[in-house]
Design a binder for this molecule. Sequence first.
Ligand code: PEP
Ligand code: MN
Length: 339
Amino acid sequence: MIIVLKPEATHDDAQAMLRVIEAQGLQPLYLPGVERIVLGALGDERVLRTLRLDGHPLVESVKPILTPYKRVSREMQRHDTQIDISSVTVGGRGFVVMAGPCAVENHGQVNATAAAVRESGARVLRGGAFKPRTSPYAFQGHGEDALKLLADAGRAHDMPIVTEVVDPADVELVAEHADALQVGARNMQNYRLLQAVGRASRPVLLKRGMSATIEELLLAAEYIMDAGNPNVILCERGIRTFETATRNTLDLNAVAVLKLRSHLPVVVDPSHGTGVRELVAPMAKAAIGAGADGLIIEVHCDPASALSDGAQSLDPDGFARLMREIAPFVEAAGRTFAA
Ligand code: PEP
Ligand code: MN
């Protein structure tokens, strides 16, 4: 339920009403706006109706939130949420490019890649330490050692880092090293993991499951927010369709739909979205046109030797070219590259 207060309602009035909401066993939300204070009440709608808030002299309107997700909904918050990954803000005017290798392989590889992507304008370094691989025989990532290498490379090249966590038991360890936690496509509906990252004090990059609907993605984000973490960045990374020409089908409808339905920032991963190096730049441009707040791109200093996802990884020159090519699209979208 969204409760819009009259302009004359004060902060103290709002707090008093929040206490009434809480006393009914509902979750109270305080959502101060520019002109009016808005309150939220989450829980059993029948209890809410007994409160008869619409008759309150300081209440302008009470309306139900019709979507199954609440906290992530645009109905709950009209303005865009901005999320700081350390010093880099996602969801504001600044367009954020995150880049780096699929997996952290060794000191030389992650540092050469980090130096190159930073030089070309990436602001966040990505790299997998714990890799969720389809085959148990594929490279699984170097775990904690890789986390340290990635964190060192981030510091050395002045970029915050984002890396995937695959196990609720690892959240604390990963959060110690990483500036943002990635929940991968294969784990989008791992509810224990969503709750665990929801209790962490790091922003979360939540990737859409390859067979997940937009509503399921938003409900996954709701799990994280409901567990206490408001800093969720949504990521479209391609879905599985009947098409076989590309690894996945990058669903750019989702970007526009997510921006309409949610206040959370949206980034697009055209690397996993296509699986084909040559398609990364065109789909990056399309993503900007669709309203994305940023991109996450796989880059490897030597893609031919990559231990994972080499076919979709750009080399440093390819990434530099991509950054030059997307610049006019970023400008046309009314954005500037994040400082
Ligand atoms: C990745 O970012 O390397 C990754 C495994 O992505 P996804 O979860 O989207 O497959
Ligand atoms: Mn990958």
